[in-house]
Design a protein around this ligand. Structure first.
Ligand SMILES: Cc1cc2nc3c(=O)[nH]c(=O)nc-3n(C[C@H](O)[C@H](O)[C@H](O)COP(=O)(O)OP(=O)(O)OC[C@H]3O[C@@H](n4cnc5c(N)ncnc54)[C@H](O)[C@@H]3O)c2cc1C
Length: 489
């Protein structure tokens, strides 16, 4: 069947599909609308990808009264925060450390986790402590959290908002009519299915929907043709934290930058391992963040350069290399790090951590200068102060870290979420329209959640008002964000 015919068929079938037919409920008994895929009906807002951005987008859209479906290839919500074991949440405060600037749905999630004993409130977490890997610049008020608690809280919040969650469902391609995305085709346990949508939000992190819909994208940093390196996260427990802390704090004065290489925690132990020929990782120190429980630490240290998140072959090789490095690091902890002699792997991420892949080109391309100079555009949908954090550009060991120079925060324009050349589509999270450097700041989880919040509201306003997302007035989005507890300066 030709693509155009397929879309015509699916458009007709969507009108009577299961999602509509069951008044917001869901039935897997729907019949195939043609030989190749089943029609699951249609929804107002469809979110593809259930990571930090996607889950906030879905909750926000549903709370605005839009019928909302979220589609996730894995078996839980949270994306990098759960399956990727990335922790802690980077700062949600301004540069003075006085004001919590990322609020709204993000804050609700944190408060719920704190109430369950699964997070420490960022107001209690200061820079230069074990919770911030002893880093000072840009690392005040982080949020340590437990991934299992987060999974549970996100399930609860989606249920309460009335979001239909579909796990084990992977995007195949978008349904396109004219210049508009009208839903997606996906692969799940029933085989190929279609879901129609008035507005689709691409929260895949890699801009999969937008790229496959033909929206213009760049990849990594086009000037040097590179992406930031990838990391397989893992968490350890059974650590004698007071002993580990004493070792690090005795060497704190040695945190330094030499020839563009950042030496942070435990570089003195890495040197010992290197001398013994037991260190083969492209990093000279170990970023370890204390978790909610005293003996638990999140390890952000494996490093795999040049991974292409859009290539199965590249990802497959990198996942294996990540696991090899986890074993090497465990050997390192046991032999060289005081307090870690009996450490065990609590869990390793079920998916590789991708810092960078595609950047979808939108109505505005956010730049690092905008952020570092504290620019707050009129159509700003969030305030944040996260630093530009670019790993490995000038050699595998390097990290470029630039903090906001002017003001307490910067804004992020709604225009950066609206892709060029395609209607019916919004992008939120890691793949928004930003230069590689700017993405190096706003890719962290609190701003991604705030973007998701705004994207969900914009999608609901567009779907319920019968307008294209690019026609939605940012003033209306901002008004709704404030109503829903967000901070806009
Ligand atoms: C190594 C590393 C360290 C980091 N450190 C920190 C940190 O300390 N603190 C911090 O706040 N942030 C950190 N970040 C950044 C942060 O984790 C991510 O940038 C952020 O999670 C992006 O959110 P997202 O929702 O855009 O994407 P993701 O978290 O990647 O979520 C995308 C979701 O979409 C799903 N998906 C993807 N493709 C498809 C598809 N085709 N079909 C269906 N579902 C799909 C995925 O399964 C996933 O659940 C780090 C990231 C990495 C990689």
């Amino acid at each position: 069947m030709k693509r155009r015919d397929f879309l015509k068929t699916s458009g007709a079938a969507l009108a009577g599909g299961a999602l509509l037919g069951t008044a917001g409920g869901f039935s897997q008994s729907c019949a195939a609308h043609d030989g190749s895929s089943r029609d699951l009906g249609s929804t107002d807002v469809l979110v593809v990808g259930g990571g930090p951005a996607g889950v906030c987008a879905a909750i926000a859209a549903a709370r605005c009264g839009a019928k909302t479906v979220i589609v996730e290839q894995g078996n839980c919500l949270g994306g990098m925060a759960t399956r990727g074991l990335v922790a802690p949440f980077m700062t949600c405060y301004d540069t003075t450390g006085e004001i919590m600037v990322i609020r709204g749905i993000f804050e609700e999630i944190v408060d719920r986790m704190v109430a369950l004993g699964g997070a420490i409130h960022p107001s209690q977490v200061r820079a230069g402590t074990p919770f911030s890997a002893w880093i000072t610049k840009g690392h005040d008020h982080l949020t340590p959290f437990d991934a299992e608690t987060l999974k549970f809280v996100l399930d609860q919040m989606c249920d309460e908002a009335g979001v239909k969650v579909m796990f084990h469902s992977t995007l195949v391609d978008p349904l396109i009519v004219g210049d508009s995305v009208r839903g997606i085709r996906l692969l799940n346990r029933e085989g190929l299915c279609t879901i129609g949508a008035k507005v689709t939000i691409d929260c895949t992190g890699d801009g999969d929907v937008a790229a496959r819909a033909g929206a213009p994208c760049t990849y990594g940093n086009p000037e040097i043709g590179k992406v930031q390196p990838s990391t397989l996260f893992f968490h350890i427990n059974n650590v004698d934290t007071p002993r580990l802390t004493r070792d690090v704090e005795a060497h704190l004065h040695e945190f330094r930058k030499v020839n563009g290489v950042s030496y942070r925690a435990l570089h003195w132990r890495v040197e010992e391992a290197e001398e013994a020929g037991e260190w083969d990782i492209a990093r000279k120190s170990v970023n370890i963040y204390r978790g909610v429980r005293e003996d638990e630490w999140a390890v952000n240290c494996t490093r795999i350069a040049g991974v292409d998140a859009t290539s199965t072959e590249s990802l497959s090789a990198a996942e294996k290399e990540g696991r090899r490095q986890v074993q090497e690091l465990m050997n390192f902890f046991h032999k060289y790090v005081p307090g870690c002699e009996n450490a065990t792997i609590k869990s390793s991420a079920s998916t590789l951590g991708i810092r960078e892949s595609r950047h979808v080109q939108g109505e505005y391309i956010l730049t690092a200068d905008d952020l570092l100079q504290g620019v707050v555009p009129e159509d700003s949908i969030l305030c944040a102060s996260n630093s530009v954090d670019v790993h490995g550009r000038n050699g595998a060991n390097t990290t470029e870290y630039k903090t906001v120079e002017n003001g307490q925060w910067y804004g992020l324009p709604l225009r950066s979420l609206i892709p060029l050349r395609r209607d019916g589509l919004i992008v939120a999270g890691r793949a928004i329209s930003a230069t590689s450097d700017a993405a190096g700041a706003v890719r962290v989880m609190p701003p991604c959640m705030a973007m998701g919040h705004a994207a969900g509201i914009t999608a609901a306003l567009a779907a319920l008002g019968g307008a294209a997302p690019r026609r939605i007035d940012a003033k209306d989005v901002r008004a709704k964000l404030l109503e829903q507890g967000a901070f806009l300066g």
